[in-house]
Design a protein around this ligand. Structure first.
Ligand SMILES: N[C@@H](CCC(=O)N[C@@H](CS)C(=O)NCC(=O)O)C(=O)O
Length: 226
């Protein structure tokens, strides 16, 4: 099992957490990435495998696939234990929806904070505009946190049992915090869920690796107090 990923790739890290949770041994190539040039130059194997040129790409023997959701579904089929999707059809559908929302809906306003890890260039007016856009995104992020907090009231995990919904949502919240977005102090249920997941070995290892990559690659971002 070989994964092409990026040191700071949220979608690549999502696959890594799933592989570690399942205990599937894998090797990994971290493709070139810098905060100034992004994912460049593109890795040859990634370009050959994915018409979008994006990581993650997974190779398992004669199978090569891309897209974190497709990869997670394959891992579940090929390595069913421990399960990362609920068995019940309706819960499973809700789990897939929560995963989609984490990567496409909750992440949309968080993307507006991501410039902060790039070193500031000479265009100070442009950077100020980016900060204003980030400030405008904050209420949307807080509204998402409100909803997650409600959903986690009285339950341990988003879909009844630990699942890919937790993995995907955790990463969006982690990327919110590491990009100086709203903290979780006002959201007790969300904070407890976050702390519970962060203590799992698969998560804590990835959190440490992302922090190391940030120290090596990213412009330092001031985190918001909780
Ligand atoms: N929907 C895709 C998104 C993958 C994605 O956005 N990958 C980013 C890194 S996190 C990437 O490779 N970006 C480089 C590019 O778009 O050129 C997935 O879930 O795998």
């Amino acid at each position: 099992m070989h994964l092409y990923s990026g040191l700071l790739s949220l979608f690549g890290r999502k696959v890594e957490i799933a592989l570690r949770e399942k205990g599937v041994p894998y090797t990994c190539t971290m493709v070139p990435f810098s905060q100034t040039a992004g994912y460049a130059p593109k890795h040859e194997a990634v370009l050959a495998a994915n018409p979008k040129g994006q990581v993650p790409v997974l190779v398992d023997g004669d199978l090569t696939i891309y897209d974190s959701t497709v990869i997670l579904e394959y891992l579940e089929d090929a390595y069913p234990e421990p399960r990362l999707y609920p068995r019940d059809a309706k819960r499973r559908a809700m789990c897939r929806l929560a995963e989609l929302e984490a990567g496409e809906v909750l992440l949309a306003p968080v993307r507006r904070l991501m410039f902060r890890t790039e070193p500031p260039g000479p265009d100070t007016a442009g950077r100020e505009q980016q900060e204003r856009d980030a400030a405008a995104a904050e209420p949307l992020i807080i509204a998402s946190h409100d909803k997650l907090d409600q959903r986690l009231r009285g339950v341990e995990y988003l879909c009844g049992e630990f699942s890919v919904a937790d993995i995907a949502t955790f990463l969006t919240v982690l990327y919110t915090i590491r990009n100086g977005g709203p903290g979780l102090g006002r959201h007790d249920h969300l904070r407890l869920w976050y702390e519970l997941l962060a203590a799992r070995p698969a998560f804590s290892g990835i959190i440490t690796e992302i922090a190391e990559a940030d120290r090596a690659l990213s412009h330092p971002v001031e985190r918001k107090p909780d």
